[in-house]
Design a protein around this ligand. Structure first.
Ligand code: AMP
Length: 435
């Protein structure tokens, strides 16, 4: 079947399917996503970051400084299209350029204050899909504008590690490097290109292509033969200018001081071309081949290139799908407290009234309300994993009571509607040792 057919769900009589490289996120997985997002709002909020929501598509020119070349050199494409008005638009492949575009457009730099933002949302890259790598994926990212201080590099790294650590993700590893800037990069690049030229014949085709477009990106090659060659290349860390070396040492000193474990990885260059000085990546062995959870770095110069003032920036972007994959078992479950069962459809209005009351008192409850048999409703209650079924029958309702059935033991008891809220709270509370 051709890709076009696969994408559209196929030809005649083929079931409709989500496009290749995209996924539907359905309960109980979606609750895991919500957990990660909630933790980001909480943690980033505590660090003084404010959320920014930008459009999903932008003028294509927003991604011209850095993103396009990088994605091309990694053989990834962008979703570009011309709309009915003839505008060249691109579905955003990453969050940093749109946030910078908004930061500049809304004159947010005028106060000269350090500004901290974060975003959550879908990104689009045309690449070869596999587990942990999609064409529509989601990133949670942060950007800090306004200071070159190493304290801010350390702050965003600390925030990322706190967030991922609090989520209970195991075996997190932080890798950090400096890729220099205009002071030291040109001289180093000459040396690197020379070293690569000598070994071109032994390099993979992909790396030879990367060498032509951006020699630094050869470091990203996963090819085993390339890996051996990469060991022989000079590293930028050994060629840093004194200022950039001092900046890097300062970032590392903060991390050591705060007890954050890190590995200096001189061959870490990070995909995006606009990075200057600090770059970092966080991985988890809970993931397979695509083990990178988050990557970031400093991008001084990019704001100016995009039409703003000369304002430095540092940030990271984390892959939501991958964080969800790395979460411990059991995370994200939002239990239903009780399932409402009505003996007759006529009782639905009364049952709904009680349900509204339970919900307004913080209890999570649901019901079937199709008028199915009690047996069918009890089966649905079982499938919902609710610990309690609340059963309404005509005789009981006329007496102002209902029946609670403990789903696990099968035990039943009659309860007055007047104390239903308290009773349910007590039972739910007892059943949840976390409370
Ligand atoms: P990048 O924007 O390329 O620096 O990537 C930052 C993070 O986004 C990575 O560490 C991944 O967790 C995630 N990511 C990047 N590309 C994809 C993709 N195609 N599918 C899923 N996650 C991705």
């Amino acid at each position: 079947m051709s890709e076009t057919e696969q994408q559209s769900g196929g030809g005649k009589n083929q079931p409709l399917r989500a496009p290749r490289g995209t996924r539907d996120v359905i309960s109980p997985e979606v609750e895991r996503w919500q957990d990660v997002e909630r933790a980001a709002h909480d943690t980033f909020g505590r660090y003084g970051f404010r959320e920014m929501r930008t459009p999903i598509f932008e003028d294509s020119s927003v991604f011209e400084k850095g993103t396009i070349e990088t994605l091309q050199s990694a053989q990834k494409g962008m979703y570009r299209f011309v709309d009915l008005g003839g505008h060249e638009l691109t579905l955003r492949p990453e969050g940093t350029p749109p946030v910078i575009r908004a930061y500049v457009e809304h004159n947010l730099s005028h106060s000269k204050d350090v500004a901290r933002f974060y975003y959550i949302g879908p990104m689009f890259r045309y690449e070869r899909p596999q587990k942990g790598r999609y064409r529509q994926f989601h990133q949670i990212g942060v950007e800090v504008f306004g200071s070159e201080s190493a304290a801010l590099d350390a702050e965003v790294i600390d925030m990322a590690m706190t967030w991922l650590g609090d989520l209970g993700i195991e075996s997190l590893q932080l890798f950090i490097n400096s890729v220099g800037d205009h002071d030291d990069r040109p001289a180093y690049m000459e040396k690197l290109i020379e070293a690569q030229k000598d070994l071109l014949a032994e390099m993979s085709e992909d790396s030879r292509r990367r060498h032509e477009i951006n020699p630094l990106r050869v470091f990203d090659s996963k090819d085993p033969q390339d890996q051996l060659l990469i060991e022989k290349f000079p590293t930028i860390l050994d060629h840093l200018s004194p200022q950039n070396k001092a900046h890097f040492d300062e970032v590392c000193a903060y991390l050591s001081d705060w007890g954050i474990d890190y590995n200096i990885e001189p061959r870490l260059v990070r995909g995006l071309d606009y990075y200057r000085r600090t770059v970092f990546e966080v991985t988890s062995s809970a993931l397979g081949a695509q083990n990178s959870l988050l990557g970031g770095g400093r991008y001084d110069g990019l704001v100016e290139q995009m039409g703003g003032d000369n304002i430095p920036g540092v940030g990271f972007a984390a892959g939501l799908e991958r964080i969800v994959l790395a979460l411990p078992e059991g995370a994200g479950a939002t239990p239903i407290d009780c399932y409402i069962v009505t003996v007759s459809p006529k009782l639905i209005p009364q049952a709904m009234k009680v349900m509204r009351d339970l919900r307004s008192h913080g209890l999570c409850c649901t019901a079937d309300f199709q008028g199915r048999s009690v047996k069918a409703q009890m089966k649905a209650a079982n499938r919902s994993n609710a610990p309690i079924a609340v059963i309404f029958g005509p005789d009981e309702l006329s007496k102002g009571v209902c029946t609670l059935k403990m789903m696990e033991s099968g035990e039943q008891q009659e309860v007055s509607l007047e104390i239903l809220v308290e009773d349910l709270h007590r039972i739910v509370h007892m059943a949840d040792p976390g409370n």
